[in-house]
Design a protein around this ligand. Structure first.
Ligand code: ATP
Ligand code: MG
Length: 221
């Protein structure tokens, strides 16, 4: 799916966060939203993911204007097409690792259900194998970040929105996460990443500098 921002501006509480941002995020290629701290990377990511309304301009999905989507249409978009790995990771601390990935339990008990094979795969790919019964609240910051990615892998959504995916990881896990995200893109998914990480940026094909008023750069290989 192609996700586009066309000349969008965001004003919060009378303050302009950014103006005139345009970026086109395509499947099969990772888009990096880059820029200094406070430039508006997270805000732009949230606008592209329909989590935050724009003050001006349009958001397009596959060339359709979705700027005026109501809450039901947005929920449908999130449910059917999107996985988010946001800055607070969206982890439910009081639930198990496995539940945080599948988000499904049996009707009566606390038993986690869902697709076993996909659950195992997502645990393996994020180095969380064997931890599925633990309380998510007991995980470290970096482990929670990987858990959020495991949820995204499990869902295997068309579009992945990721905020600073490598921020609290060591070199080995950073590389792993970059590989995981690249793998999503290679399989034809649209991957949009807000990042400061030079190695992460290196792996992205579209670079968009937030707040610079310049066009995005599309790298050729
Ligand atoms: N809900 C909000 N209310 C008020 N101001 C906000 C809100 N969300 C963002 N801002 C402001 O918008 C600006 C951009 O914030 P944003 O989080 O998008 O930056 P960022 O580029 O992601 O920074 P970082 O690299 O530190 O994560 C900041 O000055 C911030 O204070
Ligand atoms: Mg941010």
């Amino acid at each position: 799916m192609i996700i586009e921002a066309q000349d969008i501006s965001v004003k919060i509480g009378g303050r302009i966060v950014f103006e005139g941002e345009s970026v086109s995020c395509k499947p099969g290629i990772m888009t990096a939203l880059i820029g200094a701290s406070g430039s508006g990377k997270t805000t732009l990511l949230h606008c592209l993911g329909l989590l935050l309304p724009v003050s001006k301009g349009s958001i397009l999905i596959n060339k359709n204007d979705v700027t005026k989507y109501g809450s039901a249409a947005r929920r449908r978009f999130w449910r059917d097409h999107v996985a988010f790995v946001l800055q607070d990771y969206g982890i439910m601390d009081g639930e198990s690792v496995a539940f945080n990935i599948t988000m499904q339990t049996s009707v009566f008990g606390r038993r986690v259900i869902g697709n076993k094979e996909r659950l195992t795969q997502s645990l393996e790919k994020t180095g969380l194998k064997g931890r599925e019964k633990e309380l998510a609240g007991h995980l470290s910051g970096g482990e929670k970040q990987r858990l959020a990615l495991a949820r995204a892998i499990y869902k295997d959504a068309d579009i992945l929105f990721v905020d600073e995916p490598t921020a609290s990881l060591d070199a080995t896990n950073r590389r792993k996460v970059i590989e995981l995200l690249t793998d999503f893109a290679v399989r034809g998914r649209t991957v949009i990443v807000s990042t400061h990480d030079a190695e992460m940026i290196e792996s992205c094909g579209i670079l968009h500098q937030v707040g610079s008023k310049t066009n995005s750069i599309t790298k050729s290989y």
